[in-house]
Design a binder for this molecule. Structure first.
Ligand code: SF4
Length: 348
């Protein structure tokens, strides 16, 4: 049963040193807390996130999200990408259909010409496609869609409140046709359920066909406590014969929720090989943050990604790392004066 709690967003998070290099955002917030999508594996159920009540039934609606974003962007001396959504809520969960917080948020972004990304598993994002298009023209937008399978029956079972996988694929296509970049978060692959190489191959082929900008894959973590218990209950209903396998795989009860290291390595190796064979990038491509960050943030992300790419190729990155760290220290020391120059000059 759905229970709504109307609250206020206290603040928009802002990276105080450099931007995060994974999603590449400077600012971040979620208009909701808790998630009606109720994915069986959702990390948001873990106790460490302190979501009150039942994760997919007690939803906090932050009615003032657009206002707080506006105030933050007015006050900020730096500019950068605004990330909307998180691992513990979805900005386009069904309740957004009623509360319509996102159109106001996009209006604020357009007003400030602030680049943004939104992360979702819901085709409801299509409702605001015209606004996203407008923002994309003035500042740049990336849509992050989480998708690990094309099987609607599995989707219904493991992601019960989210849009069906095929609907998400259609949404990706429509955003791409509208000229908006799309990155697929192919995570978490569920061991022996969605991480079979044939399944992943079919998924990657489809994603290549719709010309996504990147695919960021990842395995599944199950933190001990609510998250793991809930997932095991779902597995028991789905196929109880898988339970001993899962119990063994996550037997170490690591706080991070990681499965056995040997499995992580094997799974990642197979997926990585497929990804390369399809020519799909697994890192944020430069064009998705070029000129959408302060120059020092952009260089920081480029350097970090460069090290990651070389390291994946087995190249010794030690010398480059030292140089890179020196450069980053140099950037840090210049950050304050650069910040004071404000957006206009940093852009030039
Ligand atoms: S859509 Fe994301 S936040 Fe919502 S339940 Fe699923 S994994 Fe969690």
């Amino acid at each position: 049963m759905l229970r709504i709690k109307k609250t206020q967003l206290k603040s928009v998070k802002r990276a105080t040193m450099f931007v995060d290099t994974y999603f590449v955002s400077k600012f971040g917030f979620s208009p909701y807390r808790g998630c009606q999508h109720g994915c069986a594996y959702c990390d948001g159920r873990a106790e460490r996130y302190y979501v009150e009540g039942i994760f997919d039934e007690d939803i906090e609606v932050r009615l003032n999200a657009a206002e707080i974003l506006d105030t933050t962007l007015v006050k900020s001396r730096e500019f950068g990408i605004v990330g909307i959504g998180s691992g513990v809520s979805d900005a386009y969960q069904p309740i957004e259909g009623k509360h319509k917080i996102m159109p106001g948020v996009i209006d604020v972004l357009i007003k400030h010409r602030a680049p943004a990304y939104v992360m979702t598993k819901s085709a409801l994002a299509l409702r605001d496609l015209d606004k996203w298009k407008e923002l994309n023209q003035v500042a740049g937008v990336t849509l992050f869609v989480s998708l690990t399978m094309l099987n609607n029956a599995l989707g219904r079972l493991f992601e019960p409140g989210a849009s069906l996988p095929t609907k998400r694929l259609e949404m990706i296509q429509k955003f791409k046709e509208a000229g908006i970049s799309v990155v697929v978060l192919a995570m978490p692959f569920m061991p022996k359920i969605t991480d079979g190489l044939d399944q992943v191959d079919t998924l990657f082929r489809k994603l290549k066909d719709v010309n996504v900008d990147a695919v960021m894959p990842g395995g599944m973590t199950l933190r001990p406590g609510c998250q793991k218990d809930h997932f095991f209950n779902v597995i028991e209903d789905y196929d109880a014969s898988l339970l001993p396998f899962y119990k063994n795989l996550y037997r170490e009860n690591k706080q991070s929720g990681s499965p056995l290291q040997s499995y992580i390595i094997e799974e990642a190796k197979g997926i990585d090989k497929l990804q390369r064979s399809h020519g799909l990038l697994n890192i944020m491509p430069h064009h998705l943050y070029q000129d959408r960050l302060q120059i020092y943030d952009e260089i920081w992300v480029l350097l970090t990604h460069m090290l990651k790419i070389y390291s994946r190729q087995g190249i010794n990155i030690s010398p480059l790392k030292d140089r890179g760290i020196d450069t980053v220290h140099g950037l840090r020391s210049k950050r304050r004066p650069l910040t004071k120059q404000g957006r206009a000059r940093a852009m030039n």
